[in-house]
Design a protein around this ligand. Structure first.
Ligand SMILES: Nc1ncnc2c1ncn2[C@@H]1O[C@H](COP(=O)(O)OP(=O)(O)OP(=O)(O)O)[C@@H](O)[C@H]1O
Ligand code: SF4
Ligand SMILES: [Mg+2]
Length: 323
């Protein structure tokens, strides 16, 4: 594994067993053959409609949900090898959408921040120094440390979650819709603070969101998921300005263009819903909604095509379709 790569996973799968309505067992193919790399100090944006498998990937990377097949390496260490658990826990942090649910309502902010430090072997004094330093970094006023979560605004609660996630100075921060529950005015401020923290500590981010404008602002690279599979990935600017997958084109059509000269570009409005992942289509997962589909799309799964310069797309006709 190259030194530049912090997180690597190949052909990762997560199948959830479920009971079929008529009896018998079936599997929800929530993450199905996903290959992903995150470089050091890099932000990879993971986007896709609800149910496309984003959180499931995040939980596997964080060591919270075991993969069905294959594994994840962080700094060359297998996340799912128990002898690495302690070391990996220090290297990853996570921030989720709803800060209130990830904070203990009966603990003050200070106690919530202190607990993981003590568990990781810090003395009370070391913990205090770290807490004060980190609270200042995330603009969490000293006076808030003795409050309870319900006494804080949503933005302040999310700052506590961010402080807790970076307390042990992780190499990777997994951010799953970190600003979706916040007021618009607080969103922009939180995103900028996250960018500053990344610069200061050189962390890598896996940034998960539905919001394409946010992902464009935050990410170096983007990975577009649909129905448990990666549809397209590459450098943010390449994918944003030159997407080659019909699904990405559909998603991109829903956000305003960056340049006024692109205002007249064609749009492709996505209609319909994602099919059930229990009976996922045999060929291309997107074929039930794709207006460019051909007979081959229904029977054969498209391979990942290399479009050059780290840009990949899983479409039989990638690069041939005129959008
Ligand atoms: N424990 C579980 N058992 C069965 N199915 C599950 C389980 N957890 C998730 N799923 C299914 O796996 C698929 C992917 O879910 P996931 O939460 O990863 O999607 P997501 O992309 O994060 O969606 P959202 O944008 O709504 O957060 C969905 O079909 C979901 O219903
Ligand atoms: S493989 Fe076929 S159905 Fe799938 S995105 Fe490409 S054109 Fe559409
Ligand atoms: Mg999710």
């Amino acid at each position: 594994m190259s030194d530049e790569i912090l997180v690597k996973t190949e052909h990762l799968k997560k199948y959830f067993p479920v009971r079929k309505s008529g009896g018998g067992k079936a599997f929800v193919k929530a993450v199905d053959d996903v290959t992903l790399e995150i470089g050091r100090g890099e932000t990879v944006g993971l986007v896709g409609e609800s149910g496309s498998g984003k959180t499931t990937i995040a939980k596997m990377i964080l060591g919270l949900l075991p993969p069905t097949e294959n594994t994840i390496y962080i700094d060359g260490k297998n996340v799912w090898d128990r002898k690495n658990t302690k070391e990996i826990r220090k290297k990853v942090g996570a921030v989720f959408q709803d800060p209130a649910s990830s904070l203990n309502p009966r603990s003050t902010v200070y106690r919530s921040l202190e607990r993981p430090l003590l568990i990781n072997g810090c003395s009370k004094g070391e913990a205090e120094t770290l807490i004060r330093e980190t609270a200042a970094k995330v603009n969490l006023g000293k006076e808030l440390l003795e409050r309870f979560p319900y006494e804080l605004s949503g933005g302040q609660q999310q700052r506590v979650s961010i402080a807790r996630a970076i307390m042990l100075r992780p190499r990777l921060l997994v951010l799953d819709e970190p600003t979706s529950a916040l007021d618009v005015s607080v969103q922009a401020q939180t995103l900028n603070e996250l960018l500053n923290l990344q610069q200061e500590y050189g962390m890598s981010y896996l940034f998960i969101t539905h919001n394409l404008s946010v992902v464009r602002y935050m990410s170096d690279r983007i990975c577009v998921m649909y129905g448990g599979k990666v549809m397209e990935s590459g450098k943010m600017a390449d994918v944003y300005e030159n997407c080659v997958h019909p699904y990405t084109f559909g998603l991109m059509s829903s956000v305003p263009p960056l340049h006024p000269r692109q205002r007249d570009r064609k749009k492709y409005l996505l209609t319909g819903d994602m099919p059930s992942l229990i009976d996922a289509p045999e060929g291309c997962r997107f074929c039930t909604r794709c207006k460019f589909r051909q007979p081959v799309c229904e029977s054969q799964e498209p391979a990942m095509k290399d479009m050059g310069d780290g840009h990949f797309a899983a479409c039989h006709f990638a690069g041939e379709i005129e959008f």
